[in-house]
Design a protein. Structure first.
Length: 321
């Protein structure tokens, strides 16, 4: 999908739809700006009034409590007016087209749409349409199908940078249901852009996407081998809702071979960090001892996620058509 949809003629970010082909300078600018909203010593997110008087519409065509809540908190901390709409239970369920819904909401003087949709590419369709009918509105992708989840990737990058500093010497392993994970896709693109030399994917063959070598990613089907000497482990949820047919014998069998346990984590570096985009399935992709252990930064990711989403919203709001 062309990067011009995300960038205007001046090279400014007008929509955040994907980390794919997102320039390194903009990616780093977002990470740097997120630091401005954090009190690192207290691990708290600070309030600001940059979006006072602006209206942020959370358009969730796919259910999500965690992501919607963090976007809402981020917008309110910027003093924006927030409108939460579970669109899947309203207009589109009654037969209204997606773009008709967008036109009606645009007429309500929105400044930004945060869009989550179960169909890949839906935010791109909305962005193209908005560029024609209401170019002052910014589109922020909160997850579309199996395609992308850019703000999750950005908060993951912020977390890695906070704990590990420079990206250029890192080994990062993504473990689990990579095939159905929009987080994995977005993380891989962001890690590559930031210069990570060793990106690994660990999954059973049934959950391993094709084309990884073209992306510069090393595939592993053996978890012990994939974790050897890594600095960062990102565990991924089994996305049963996206699977068609039986792709695994059972959750118990999956945990036996691919569950992140304390013993398996010893294959990684002693100071390796453990991440997870949530929600976690304890005893399936990750053991509770690891999830709650000293190397886990999973709850820190949530805090950082608010600051990163504040940074994205503020930077988008400063760009004019």
């Amino acid at each position: 999908m062309p990067r011009s949809i995300q960038l205007n003629g001046r090279g400014e970010l007008t929509h955040l739809l994907s980390t794919e082909e997102l320039p390194r300078a903009i990616l780093q600018k977002i990470l740097d700006h997120a630091s401005d909203f954090l009190d690192i010593d207290r691990m708290e997110v600070k309030n600001a009034d940059f979006l006072a008087g602006q209206s942020i519409f959370n358009l969730f065509f796919e259910n999500s409590t965690r992501t919607r809540t963090t976007f809402e908190i981020a917008a309110r901390k910027l003093s924006a007016d927030v409108v939460n709409l579970n669109v899947s239970a309203s207009s589109t369920a009654k037969g209204e087209s997606l773009l008709d819904t967008i036109d009606n909401l645009a007429a309500m003087k929105a400044d930004m749409f945060v869009v989550r949709h179960n169909q890949a590419g839906a935010p791109y369709l909305i962005a193209r349409h908005i560029n024609q009918v209401a170019p002052h509105i910014h589109i922020l992708n909160a997850g579309d199908g199996r395609h992308a989840h850019p703000t999750q990737a950005l908060l993951d990058m912020f977390t890695i940078r906070h704990f590990k500093g420079d990206f250029h010497q890192l080994r990062v392993a993504l473990v689990g249901d990579v095939l159905h994970s929009r987080v994995a896709r977005s993380d891989i693109h962001a890690l590559s852009t930031l210069g990570v030399p060793d990106i690994r994917v660990v999954a059973p063959l049934t959950l391993m996407p094709s084309g990884l070598s073209e992306m510069g990613v090393k595939p592993f089907t053996n978890l012990d081998e994939g974790l050897e000497g890594v600095d960062v482990v990102i565990a991924l949820r089994l996305q049963n809702e996206r699977m068609r047919g039986a792709m695994l014998p059972s959750p118990q069998e999956y945990f036996k071979h691919y569950g992140l346990t304390e013993q398996r984590l010893r294959r990684a570096k002693p100071d390796a960090i453990v991440m997870h985009p949530g929600p976690m399935n304890r005893g399936v992709e990750i053991d509770s001892v690891v999830a709650d252990g000293a190397q886990s930064v999973i709850l820190t990711q949530v805090t950082f996620g608010i600051a990163v989403r504040m940074a994205v919203m503020h930077l988008l709001s400063e760009v004019r058509p």
